[in-house]
Ligand binder design. Structure first.
Ligand code: NAD
Length: 353
């Protein structure tokens, strides 16, 4: 490609955003002609799922409450078989990235997906699906898994536990920052990634301080939507790759793993980013983006140490070797020694030097 050339593929999703937007879900299904949907809801969204059952009325044919992180293949197979058995013509998800992720696997089999996200994971805006079989997480891109409609209602996030607010918010921040240096980064994805990073860094502490503040919750959710869009259009890179390998192998909490690792991958890349490093620092609101992300995570009560999330020390060498064997494109060349130092720093949890 010529210098300055780029390829951009947009996300064909209808986004309906607003306080109380969930009340219009039935109309959104009617608009898509869906009349026999499966509802997949996170366990913690049970009360809201009950209300949604009433709202969907005759459009609902089956309900799934058992959602698990990283989309275990056996769960995906069972739910897909149920959807076929009941003759579903679509899927509605209510919950965080785990509910959306299970819905995406159903969408892979051709069922249109409507997502109602309740965390800041951002998965609802991406064509990326994930499936974990025997400790190995496989991910792929397929436009078929992009929700036809995403309904964002900040009121659904008022009860989000502080840990989930902070961790899923930093997962979204990781989408934004990696989208700035990923292989598919372009003049179309960059501005939204930078704005998403700025929005999240400002709104997340405000949402933690005032969990029921409509303005803070709305801004944080806008940031999550921007983050998902940035990831969808620019792609992922080294940071997401490391998180997926760690999450799949050791069943670590996805969002908290992102939060602990992000400062160190940013620090690793900062010397290779040129003027982008300064733009990232401004967006994060710190002298250096890497230390700014670390300080934000700690200020929001997250552990900066992967060791505290259950990552064994032996994983440092194992994961470094696995990722170095097929490294993703990255601004700074990736080798096994470099990965070991990134992983050790994140395992110990000290701030980036
Ligand atoms: P999650 O969906 O597992 O939710 C975390 C916890 O918060 C769960 O216990 C859930 O029940 C609870 N919860 C969710 N919404 C709530 C609410 N409104 N109130 C109270 N509790 C609530 O975690 P997550 O961080 O949202 O998503 C992580 C998953 O998403 C991982 O599997 C990850 O791989 C995937 N993901 C995928 C993409 C993608 O583009 N494909 C992007 C980001 C994350």
């Amino acid at each position: 490609m010529t210098a300055g050339g780029f390829t951009y593929e947009g996300v064909p999703t209808r986004v309906v955003f607003g306080l109380g937007a969930r009340h219009g879900l039935a109309e959104e299904l009617d608009r898509l002609g869906l009349s026999q949907v499966v509802l997949i809801a996170s366990g913690s969204s049970r009360a809201e799922a009950d209300a949604m059952v009433a709202r969907l009325d005759h459009r609902l044919t089956w309900r799934v409450d058992g959602v698990r992180q990283h989309v275990p293949a056996e769960l995906a197979q069972a739910v897909t078989a149920d959807a076929v058995r009941v003759g579903a013509d679509g899927v509605v998800t209510l919950g965080g990235g785990s509910a959306t992720g299970l819905g995406k696997v159903l969408a892979l089999s051709g069922l249109p997906l409507v997502a109602v996200p309740t965390t800041y994971a951002g998965s609802e805006m991406t064509p990326v699906w994930g499936l974990t079989t025997g400790g190995r997480k496989e991910t792929g891109r397929d436009p078929q898994v992009v929700p036809r409609t995403v309904v964002y209602d900040p009121e659904l996030t008022y009860g989000l536990p502080p840990l989930v607010t902070a961790a899923s918010g930093l997962n979204a921040l990781a989408h934004c920052l990696e989208a700035l240096w990923a292989e598919g980064a372009s003049p179309l994805s960059g501005p939204i990634a930078l704005d998403g990073a700025r929005t999240l860094c400002e709104a997340l502490p405000a949402a933690l301080a005032h969990p029921q503040d409509p303005k803070a919750r709305s801004r944080a959710l806008v940031g999550a939507c921007q983050a998902g869009l940035a990831l969808a259009t620019a792609g992922a890179g080294l940071h997401h790759k490391l998180c997926h390998v760690l999450g799949g192998r050791y069943d670590l909490d996805h969002a908290q793993t992102h939060a602990a690792l992000l400062p160190h991958v940013v620090a690793f890349n900062e010397p290779a980013l040129g003027s982008l490093a300064a733009k990232m620092a401004v967006a994060v609101g710190a002298g250096r983006a890497s230390t700014g992300v670390h300080d934000l995570a700690v200020r929001m009560g997250l552990t900066p140490a992967l060791s505290e999330l259950g990552m064994p020390e032996s994983a440092i060498d194992e994961v470094a070797a696995e990722v170095a064997a097929a490294p993703p494109a990255n601004p700074r060349p990736v080798d096994e020694a470099g990965l070991r130092s990134v992983l050790r720093a994140a395992w110990e949890g000290d701030g980036p030097g």
